[in-house]
Design a binder for this molecule. Structure first.
Ligand code: DGJ
Length: 716
């Protein structure tokens, strides 16, 4: 609920208060973000200010020290010694002086950047004292039940001049320092979103610079008590609904505050808001819990799952990539489809290699027309074949790219991002198309449309396999912002016109696993690495900020194509189950017993799918040798356990479930085990497992290297 009383703006969620105060100078202060406080006491929070020698203060009030204020959004050259959130200038003046001019409630409207639906919103508008007609709007959208607050900033230039933005963050969060740490999720291809704890000493600068959001550093991060655990401590989670380069900064001030800034990467950023135009930042999402990382991250999972990500039933697809790579053709794929049908798959995804001349990765991107050498009867005939078996047809495309060896490049070399005279930097032999050119955006849209209208696609895997290098002449990193604005426009139009088509978001694995892309694509390829040991770690990191429903996981061949590690079927299957399930290996070449395994796995997943699609994931163990998850969907859920390495005469960590009904009895079931236990015992003692560490003894579980158990529990 949002209340505006006197000079206070209170954003209240179920458990939290976010309190802003407009002071006598028109500055906006953040008085509190954390657990609920009483509105009768708001005025008391104003007492915290103190006089600080040698800082700047208001001319008529020595107690109004700029450095003693927790600003809601700060600007440089106004006496604040922290990093600023926003820098506005024009040819005549290098600064702005914004003061609050009005506060109003208004519903959300469509913006250039993805905006979440629903919620209650309020706008605090600031006017520049220096330029008549320049306003800065701070927008807040409150999701009361989810304990989530979204923020974004809009700059409206109604002056006669152009203004320049060299930095414009989506949000600033000033908070008391206390003893806190930051948690970021960084990595690389094949090891995306690994949790990294960073002590807050001085300043932390993280983020991405590559024009892609998330393999090297996820836009999701946390700031929390140094002592916070999965189930205790104050934890703030932040996420950004954006797919380009982003910036995370956590900075200690000399005056016992922490300033958190989050938004579009400001390195080399220089955006001009022309007279009469406006600029809007991506949305920053925040949530807070005093109950540890588990609850805070589940708030974020729920927000993403309930509000951002389109709700669609996800079919279980068999993907061609790791089975045939580029060596695909109609006959092979027909065999594939028939086998897939007999095993219970819902459809087939024809990955890279189906379009004219695409025999390897040196050629043809941009020429999105079927290769009749490989598909003598055309792609549509293949789609019809699948449809005749009541299966879905999925197809891969990398619409934002062009190969230099392609008809498209020959016809339009100027459509590719390439800076004249600069040394060429290539990535997978391809260049990025300049989507900010309307004719390029139209071409891309038509290619996507053709997949549906001419080729009969029900499912599109949208890939993006290289990072940005060159930007057009005259542009800095603000180009990425313009690029994503154009990309979101294409996605918006495509999803509005073809609402039934399922988009799979992929970027060389999980390179754009973010809430921007997820606003349009219900599932994302988490990583190219499907080895269950690596994958469990990647899914665990990803689970902090994203719901499992959005994570597309495949069971693939052993040994893994990425790690060369051999693993057992159950580990691959159980790990892939914790998300949206599919497969990518050559099912036409596997033994009868493996066919039986995959067939059973599909049946098992179909039964579990309703639980998984709406579940929250809690991480139950910090023990480095185990990954333990509670996949919780009300009265029914799953417990996933992976033992990474077998150590002789060691024991499993206690697996104490959470959020159960203490007075109820639960049925637990896995493999041939079935037993009942009370909620109280499962929470306070843990799951009593008949473990056997020496590989002998009747009916006991024998966990070896990279072994998993998947337990279903249900309230009875
Ligand atoms: C990278 C993706 O992550 C893979 O799954 C596959 O689609 C290839 N691209 C195809 O080029």
């Amino acid at each position: 609920m949002i209340t505006i009383t006197n000079d206070f703006v209170h954003l209240a969620t179920k458990n939290n208060s976010y309190l802003l105060h407009i002071n006598k100078y028109g500055d906006l202060e953040n008085l509190h973000y954390g657990c609920k406080i009483n509105s009768a006491d708001f005025h008391l929070l104003l007492r915290r200010r103190s006089f600080i020698v040698n800082t700047l203060f208001a001319k008529d009030d020595m107690t109004y020290c700029i450095d003693g204020i927790n600003f809601e959004y700060s600007f440089p050259f106004r006496g604040d010694s922290g990093s600023c959130a926003c820098h506005v200038a024009d040819d005549e003046c290098g600064m702005a002086d914004f003061v609050v001019s009005k506060v109003f409630k208004a519903p959300q409207t469509e913006q250039d950047m993805p905006v979440p639906s629903g919620g209650e919103s309020v706008c605090i508008e600031l006017a520049d004292k220096i330029r008549d007609g320049l306003t800065l709007q701070l927008w807040y959208v409150v999701y009361e039940e989810l304990d989530v607050i979204c923020r974004y900033v809009k700059i409206i230039n109604k002056t006669e001049m152009d203004v320049k933005l060299s930095k414009v963050m989506s949000a600033q969060y000033d908070m008391p320092k206390g003893d806190k740490k930051a948690v970021i999720f960084d990595g690389a291809w094949g090891r995306e979103r690994a949790k990294k704890v960073v002590p807050i000493i001085g300043a932390i600068a993280a983020g991405s610079f590559s024009g892609m959001s998330s393999a090297e550093c996820s836009p999701f991060f946390m700031v929390e008590d140094a002592s916070a655990t999965q189930c205790s401590g104050n934890v703030y989670c932040f996420n950004l609904m954006y797919s380009g380069s982003h910036e995370i900064s956590v900075e200690c001030t000399p005056y016992d505050s922490i300033r958190v800034l989050h938004g579009v990467q400001s390195d080399a950023f220089n955006y001009v808001v022309n007279s009469g135009e406006s600029f809007v930042t991506p949305v920053s999402v925040s949530t807070f819990s005093d109950k540890g990382e588990g609850t805070a991250s589940v708030n974020m999972q729920k927000f993403a799952g309930d509000i951002v990500i389109p709700k669609k039933h996800i079919p279980i697809m068999l993907n061609s990539w790791e089975s045939v790579y580029f060596d695909l053709n109609e006959a092979k794929l027909q065999e594939f489809a028939a086998k897939a049908k007999s095993l219970g798959f819902d459809g087939v995804v024809v990955d890279d290699g189906w379009f004219i001349g695409r025999d390897d990765d040196t050629t043809s991107l941009g020429d999105w027309f079927e290769d009749r050498r490989k598909f003598p009867h055309g792609i549509k005939a293949y789609a019809d074949y699948l449809h005749s078996m009541d299966m879905a047809f999925g197809i891969w495309i990398e619409p934002e790219m062009v190969s230099e060896r392609s008809q498209l490049y020959k016809a339009h070399p100027d459509w590719a991002l390439k800076c004249k005279n600069a040394r060429e930097i290539v990535g997978r032999n391809q260049l990025i198309l300049d989507l900010t050119k309307p004719e390029v955006a139209d071409y891309v849209y038509e290619a996507l449309q053709r997949l549906v209208t001419e080729y009969g696609a029900d499912y599109i895997k949208w890939d993006f396999n290289r990072r940005f290098a060159d930007v057009p002449r005259g542009e800095g990193s603000e180009y990425f912002y313009k690029y994503y604005r154009a990309l979101y426009q294409i996605l918006r139009k495509f999803t509005a016109n073809y609402p039934d088509v399922i988009l799979e978001n992929c970027a060389s694995g999980g390179g754009r696993f973010d809430l921007g892309m997820m606003s349009y694509a219900p599932i994302g390829w988490v990583s190219d690495n499907t080895d269950p040991l690596s994958r469990a770690e990647i899914q665990q990191g990803t689970s902090y900020g994203f719901p499992i429903r959005a994570m597309l996981n495949h069971i693939s061949a052993s040994p893994s194509h990425q790690t060369k590690r051999a693993t057992n079927f159950d580990a691959r299957k159980n790990t892939a189950f914790i998300g949206s399930f599919g497969a990518q290996y050559d099912v036409t070449k596997i033994s009868d017993s493996e066919c039986e395994q995959i067939k059973n796995a599909i049946c098992e997943y179909k039964a579990l799918q309703p639980i998984i699609q709406n579940a929250s994931l809690y991480r139950l163990s910090d023990n480095e040798n185990y990954v333990v998850w509670q996949v919780d969907s009300g009265d029914v859920g799953l417990v996933y356990i992976m033992q990474k390495r077998f150590y002789t005469v060691s024991s499993l960590p206690g697996i104490r479930l959470i959020h159960l009904d203490e007075n109820a009895t639960y049925m637990l079931q896995f493999d041939n085990f079935k037993f009942e236990a009370s909620g109280l015992t499962l929470q306070n003692y843990g799951v009593p497992l008949p473990m056997n560490y020496q590989g002998c003894g009747d009916g006991a579980i024998n966990l070896t290297d990279m072994s998993t158990i998947l337990i279903k529990f249900q309230k009875i």
